[in-house]
Write a protein that binds this ligand. Sequence first.
Ligand SMILES: CC(C)(COP(=O)(O)OP(=O)(O)OC[C@H]1O[C@@H](n2cnc3c(N)ncnc32)[C@H](O)[C@@H]1OP(=O)(O)O)[C@@H](O)C(=O)NCCC(=O)NCCS
Length: 188
Amino acid sequence: MNKENVNELNTKRLETQRLILRKFELSDADGMFNNWATDEKSCRYLSWSVHKNVEETKSVIKSWIEEYKNGSYNWIVELKETREVIGSICVISISKMNSTAEVAYSFGSKYWGCGYATETLRRVLEYLLNDCGFYLIEADYISGNPISGRVMEKAGMHKDAILRERGYNKYTNERNDTIVYSIKKDEL
Ligand SMILES: CC(C)(COP(=O)(O)OP(=O)(O)OC[C@H]1O[C@@H](n2cnc3c(N)ncnc32)[C@H](O)[C@@H]1OP(=O)(O)O)[C@@H](O)C(=O)NCCC(=O)NCCS
């Protein structure tokens, strides 16, 4: 009996020891622009490129705020201590039929190496699997970006597969393998 029902599509405010995960607001535009949307290192392995101006960031945030109305998962991550916004995590695809979803995340490079991504991912996995009715959550990274795989492992995910040359690495201009990780509800 592995069928679960996805019952909540909501970017609920979540907390960890050091972080607040909450919905984006338009007033986050400057923080996002300065802290990761213009950070070459942070965007290197992502599908989008650095933002050219803060208007672009505002427009992206506006579209995400609209998406909340139909139900979506897209958190901005804020440091409790300083109230700085440091990155984001979202669900990029959902299969309601299979009760599965895929997550992706990005943090400004000045905040790397402090465990924030692992803390964030772990909390979101708990929420999606325990509260929202998902059976399995997956994430992937391209082989040039092993730090991301380390985050998945540290958050309790397991390596599923290597998809040969499935990702385009815009930084090196090469095709790279895509490595897929996942975690099931009973593995939390
Ligand atoms: C991948 C990313 C989210 C990691 O964030 P983070 O907050 O630094 O991650 P954590 O601090 O939780 O650490 C995870 C591991 O990566 C290691 N790490 C972090 N930054 C590193 C760096 N610059 N070089 C080498 N290792 C690094 C950490 O040491 C840790 O491993 P360890 O515990 O074995 O030492 C961040 O680098 C990022 O946003 N990258 C750009 C966007 C991206 O690639 N997103 C993922 C797409 S799938």
